[in-house]
Design a protein around this ligand. Structure first.
Ligand code: 5AD
Length: 351
């Protein structure tokens, strides 16, 4: 029944407008769909933000190139390898390497070496996801051949008009190029993830419904999407009074997760960190509305403080001895199970 579940654009728009009183119905339906297709397992990915140097100037992002109000860092491969070792000892079996967008040969070489070293030092037991922005097809291929098998590249908004309201309109910020990158990643054989920000200035329910259809049409394997959050040093900050309140954005993000689960039952859907910036329970809320992936940030504090893509980013230490134990209990309390022994590849991809 669920494989053939068809849902129109109009119905998606209505689902996204579901009022609070009826939302449990939607969330439970999304969860039921998840249980029937991929079960109640939750997988963990530790995020390492390896550099906040960025060549882009996205209007929403705190680490945009033109923001001079913080210091820039780039972790060395040795530092990352040491962190990966600590993460492995703490029980992590899967990590995400994320960074501001740097595209040059030095960076491509450095990441290629890093991927090889991680495979070597962890005996290929650490699953690697990359979230390193737009790169050439050749770079994507080299990183894949070196041992990375998943890539996250958010489209941010699938509506080109809205895309150019939240990005400068120039060669460096090109919607078509981003689409092309997503297509390269698929061709190369990565498990491909994308996603959008929810509650952006100028964004409509229609835009969000179209974002969901975009992800379905692109046949993605993974999704990470979360509420847009203001950052005082960015151009979009001036629209702060036009936005939904933060808790409404969180609620809308939950509905996006639920709706995506209904139209793509077997993909991996992550609880974005920005949910947690609004509500400390954000990850549990995302899992109980259809998500199945949690991505704790394991970047060392001194760097994480400089990787402020939005205001009030959570600063919890997710590498303490009992962090994963506590998470296992929390997730169990909402009838899901964390499995650290499995890599948690996207069912959709494996199919
Ligand atoms: N609010 C929410 N998410 C943001 N991102 C960047 N800036 C913000 C913000 N102000 C998201 C983008 C990017 C990801 C790494 O972080 O979607 O792809």
């Amino acid at each position: 029944m669920f494989d053939n579940f068809k849902i129109s654009r109009e119905l998606l728009i209505e689902l996204l407008k579901t009022p609070l009183e009826a939302a449990d119905l939607l969330f439970n339906f999304a969860n039921e769909t998840k249980f029937r297709t991929i079960g109640n397992n939750v997988h963990i990915r530790g995020i390492i933000e390896l550099s906040n140097i960025c060549s882009k100037d996205c209007y929403y992002c705190g680490i945009r190139k033109s923001n001079p109000n913080f210091s820039r860092y780039e972790m060395s491969n040795e530092e990352v390898l040491e962190l990966v070792q600590i993460a492995q000892n703490a029980g992590y079996t899967s990590i995400v390497l994320q960074s501001g967008e740097i595209s040059n040969d030095t960076f491509s070489d450095k990441i290629e070496n890093l991927i090889k070293s991680i495979s070597k030092t962890t005996d290929s037991r650490m699953r690697l996801t990359l979230s390193l922005g737009e790169q050439s097809k050749d770079t994507y291929k080299r990183w894949f051949d070196a041992g990375a098998n998943r890539y996250l590249l958010r489209i941010e908004s699938s509506n080109p008009d809205l895309y150019y309201k939240i990005h400068p309109q120039n060669k460096k910020h090109n919607f078509e190029n981003r689409l092309e990158c997503l297509s390269y990643l698929k061709q190369i054989g990565y498990q491909v993830g994308t996603g959008v920000m929810i509650g952006l200035p100028f964004q409509t329910y229609e835009d969000l419904a179209d974002d969901l259809l975009f992800m379905r049409d692109l046949d993605i394997d993974m999704c990470g999407m979360g509420p847009y959050l203001e950052h005082i040093d960015t151009p979009l900050f001036q629209y702060k009074d036009t936005l939904f309140k933060q808790d409404e954005r969180l609620f809308l993000a939950q509905k996006m997760i639920a709706a995506l689960r209904l139209i793509m039952p077997d993909i991996n859907i992550a609880a974005a960190t920005s949910l947690q910036a609004i509500n400390p329970n954000g990850k549990l809320l995302a899992i109980s509305s259809g998500g199945n992936i949690i991505m704790p940030n394991i970047t060392p504090k001194k760097y994480r403080e400089e990787y402020r893509i939005y205001d009030n980013k959570p600063m919890n230490n997710n590498l303490t001895n009992n962090f994963l134990d506590e998470l296992v209990k929390d997730i169990h309390s909402i009838n899901h199970e964390i499995v650290l022994s499995e890599w948690g590849d996207s069912f959709h991809f494996n199919k």
